[in-house]
Design a protein around this ligand. Structure first.
Ligand code: HCB
Length: 217
């Protein structure tokens, strides 16, 4: 299958919420030596965007979002080893604590950023979803992390990114860590407003920014 056809089929598998089809397609893609990240960013993710738009227009409903999420997660699980390939040869670049902020259960983007940071050579501590501010503080203290990744997909939860930054400051840890935010409703302007160190648009961007934030220390 040609790359363009594969990418379009991957988007369809996510739109249809079909984990088996998504898995089968990424397996075919890997066998044909296609770039795993391109399969995610140019195939699976555009499918998610279509589902998100349909949901906003009330053309589909929560169970559809759930099934699309399952399709994307199943495909990423197959791609994970290929995404992390080469990791063993690298030394640890830094320690990252990453999570989706309080009130928000969107997991996929955060998981993908964690995977790519780990592939870059970061030691990643993924706190999961719906993570209270105090948990981020505790994890930074316990792990000695030098970078925090905060994910928020809802306009109602992005303010909790600010809450984490304030909690880090109150605990006297803000000077010790860089904070990188991300998620659909966030922006570089929002990052500036809440005094985060950077905003990342996608996982590739996050890996590049994480490297430069740590190098600038
Ligand atoms: Co959800 N949802 N959802 N959802 N959802 C969105 C986010 C909407 C935009 C859909 C829409 O209306 N168009 C919308 C938010 C509107 C808004 O606030 N502006 C929305 C809504 C409203 C809701 C509920 C409130 C629906 C309801 O219950 N009425 C509910 C909220 C639950 C909660 O969190 N408390 C809800 C629930 C769900 C699920 C659980 C059914 C499901 C998630 C399943 C899962 O994660 N296991 C879901 C999904 C799948 C979506 C969409 C369709 C896809 C999200 C996704 O996984 N994208 C999403 C629409 C969309 O985003 N297009 C929709 C793919 C990943 C790869 O992209 O943007 O998450 P990403 O991450 C990128 C990028 O942002 C960046 O890099 C990542 C990788 O490239 N990044 C970071 C992310 N985090 C970073 C952190 C860093 O440090 C650096 C970079």
């Amino acid at each position: 299958m040609q790359l363009n056809e594969l990418l379009a089929s991957l988007a369809d598998a996510v739109i249809e919420g079909d984990p088996d089809r998504a898995t089968e397609l990424v397996e075919q893609g890997l066998a044909a030596n296609h770039d795993p990240l391109a399969m995610i960013e140019d195939g699976l993710r555009p499918g998610m965007d279509v589902i998100g738009e349909r949901f906003a227009e009330a053309e589909c409903f929560i169970p559809d979002l759930v099934m699309s999420g399952k399709a994307m997660q199943a495909a990423i699980a197959v791609l994970d080893p290929a995404l992390k390939a080469g990791r063993q040869e690298r030394s640890v670049l830094g320690k990252v604590v990453i999570g989706t902020v309080r009130g928000d259960i969107h997991a996929i983007g955060k998981m993908l950023v964690g995977t790519l940071l780990s592939a870059e050579g970061f030691e990643v501590h993924d706190l999961g979803v719906d993570v209270p501010e105090e948990k981020f503080v505790e994890a930074v203290r316990d792990t000695g992390a030098n970078l925090v990744g905060l994910s928020a997909l809802l306009t109602t939860t992005m303010r909790n990114q600010r809450g984490v930054i304030e909690a880090l400051a109150e605990a006297g840890l803000r000077d010790r860590v860089k904070v990188m935010i991300g998620g659909a409703p966030t922006s570089p302007e929002w990052a500036e407003q809440i005094e985060a160190d950077a905003h990342a648009e996608n996982a590739t961007d996050a890996a590049r920014i994480a490297r430069s934030l740590v190098a600038a220390e």
